[in-house]
Design a protein around this ligand. Structure first.
Ligand code: SAM
Length: 254
């Protein structure tokens, strides 16, 4: 096993089938799997889907993976962080995987960027990261990652899998999460930066974080802008919903 590639393999068929069921895979689907590893999830996907394309970075795993697979599986040796999703398949596909946890966050950014090619995303990640992604306003886990992913997608937490289900055992619990894109959401580069800065100090009110962001805007104008966006003057960033953040962002025209 290679630690640098986040290799923790699953073999329990009931867990693998639960992932496939949560992904709602059907016989007409093309599926791209990130990190097939020893191929256990790949086989379960291939038993239902029309076509499965597995992207695996570890070249030592490629020959055994290729030799044991049914004909509807293609294995691509590539780094999922730089593969061109648009060139993988001419048809849109469902993305599934038990992700390498060390690169889960940059992978989510790539999924969002490729959302016109990827129909939906169902992946196993570190439980704590899954909870942060799916968190609702007002909860301790709600932060920039929640706002930025949920701006683009409806995030649904699935089930949790304990470390003992993997070989070798990871140090953390894992959860499956599913993303279904919200229709018609345009790229928002400025919004991403704005949200990170709005959360720069969680202990401060949003007004104080905005004051640090816009030193040239007088404080009363910031409070006025919050009022015009329907936000209480003492609101903290973690209390704002995604539409709230959008209104504040639009008002301040960052
Ligand atoms: N799908 C298998 C399973 O569930 O048993 C393996 C999951 S393991 C957590 C993550 C897999 O992703 C490993 O096979 C690892 O080699 C592969 N991997 C790690 N980094 C990768 C990357 N950047 N691109 C593609 N595959 C990667």
């Amino acid at each position: 096993m290679k630690k640098r590639f986040g290799q923790h393999f699953l073999s329990d068929k009931s867990i693998l089938r639960k992932i496939v069921a949560f992904a709602n895979i059907a016989p007409t689907h093309t599926v791209v799997e990130i990190g097939p590893g020893a191929g256990a999830l790949t086989r379960e996907l291939a038993a239902i889907a029309h076509r499965v394309i597995g992207i695996e970075i570890d070249r030592d795993l490629i020959p055994p993976l290729r030799s044991g697979m049914p004909p509807n599986v293609e294995i691509v040796e590539a780094d999922a962080l730089d593969v061109d999703f648009a060139k993988l398949a001419s048809e849109p596909f469902h993305l599934v995987g038990n992700l390498p946890y060390n690169v889960a966050t940059p992978l989510f950014k790539r999924f969002i960027a490729a959302r016109f090619q990827i129909l939906d995303v169902t992946v196993m990640i570190q439980k704590e990261v899954a909870q942060r992604i799916a968190a609702k306003p007002g909860s301790g886990e709600y932060g920039p990652l929640s706002v930025l992913v949920q701006y683009y997608a409806d995030a649904k937490l699935g089930f949790t899998v304990p470390p003992g289900a993997f070989r070798p055992r990871p140090k953390v619990d894992s959860s499956v999460i599913r993303l279904d894109w919200r229709p018609g959401v345009a790229n928002a580069t400025g919004f991403t930066d704005f949200v990170h800065r709005a959360f720069s100090s969680r202990r401060k009110t949003l007004a104080n974080n905005l004051a640090a962001m816009f030193p040239s805007i007088p404080r009363e104008k910031i409070i006025e802008g919050l009022g015009a966006s329907d936000i209480r003057p003492h609101a903290r960033p973690e209390e704002l919903s995604i539409p709230d953040f959008q209104r504040v962002y639009n008002h301040f025209g960052y």
